[in-house]
Ligand binder design. Sequence first.
Ligand code: SF4
Length: 490
Amino acid sequence: MTENTKNTSIWDAGGFGDEDLTELALQENAILNVRKLVGEISEMKGRPLTACVRSFGCQMNARDSEKLSGVLLRCGYLLTDDEDADLVIFNTCTVRDTANTRVYGRLGQIHHFKKSRKDMIVCICGCMPQAEGAAEEIHRRFPFIDIIFGTHNLFRFATLLYEKLSGGGAGKNGTVIEIWKDTQQIVEGLPVRREYPWKSGVNISFGCNNFCTYCIVPYVRGRERSRSPREIIHEIERLSEDGVIEIMLLGQNVNSYGNDIPGGMRFPELLARAAEVPGIERVRFMTSHPKDLSDELIDVMAGSPKIADHLHLPVQSGSSRVLHVMNRRYTKEDYLALVERIRAKMPDISLTTDIIVGFPGETESDFLETLDLVRRVRYDSAFTFLYSVRSGTLAADMPDQIPHEIAQERFDRLLTEVQQIANETIARHVGKTMTALAESTDPKEPGMLSGRLGNNIMIHFPGPADRIGTMVPVRILKQHGFYYTGEIAE
Ligand code: SF4
């Protein structure tokens, strides 16, 4: 296995460091080599080779899958949704132990395909093999997998694929395994195949420095590394030229963007600049750690109509004691004060959150603090999670793990509260005219379009299919739980 801990300087305003140019050239060369082999195999088979990329994780994971798809397309593969393909990649998540179990289950099905097609190539990558000892475990349990790689060296996929196709691979059955322990490297300029023509994620930083005690991310995505602002804005400009009108800036904690670039640009300025790119009509971002959300960011959001009227602000718990044990580094009072500052400048903003119920040591009174916070903030929606042990995190070894029945009972109470409040709060927009990005037609109801409003709520309305991929003014006529129905307001 390869370990990479070298420090590559990419922070200078110039964008590409020399080493990155070399790495990009290396990968482009590997793509050409794979393309040649794919062409030869394809000629032998008398048909194009197919590839299927499956994403199992968050928006960062989905964006990584778009990069893998871009490389595969450039290598000459035909992308398909069918896992019975010539090449399959499982881009995995490891946020909970159950996520691993899901992937293991799917690998059984892939093994079945592979038995009848010996030359099928199966790859597994992403957060799961990146976790300590996981790659060895995967290789031991599923020796038929051809390529195993992690998050830090995703950009080396073409090289690893070439190694496999040209007969390499030092593992049992010729498996190519490459896991880097860490990296400071960001390689710009590799191909990307976007899932939607009109919207795109844009990575602004990778990794996280926060070490919340329940979270595996800092261990599998490494320390925070910010992309150069120049590269980010260039990417957004290129996306806009290519027809993208909505972007989502992505980072594990966007609010600490740039902290690793001495004297460099911070998130509020980056966000303002992103919103100024001609052709971009809406900018979203995710995720915001409350401890790092600045007043400057609130001002930028309030001052730009292009920045979506939505803020996802994970609170995780309403108990300051639990927040301390979670290592969130804010208290319930800090969070409520922050919400007050946000609403003072943006009274109508849609606030959403994540909440974990049943964290080790959570008492009934801690839980009541969470319920109290939910009642005071009145979120437009909340993702509620039952705490589940993630091995490798500090919380996994904490005493006082909460019995499942108690956690489940609290979870149910919280869910009822959250749903009732959300129903009431999102009703405030009925009768208003807002802008939706029309994204699809409803196969069950021809003539109906589905779109997402700036506040992140879905709306369904009658309209022609040629409006898909455009911003449409819509009048909100009715609320149905968590979505609206409406009509075009022109
Ligand atoms: S901020 Fe906390 S929860 Fe979010 S990715 Fe970092 S460690 Fe995980």
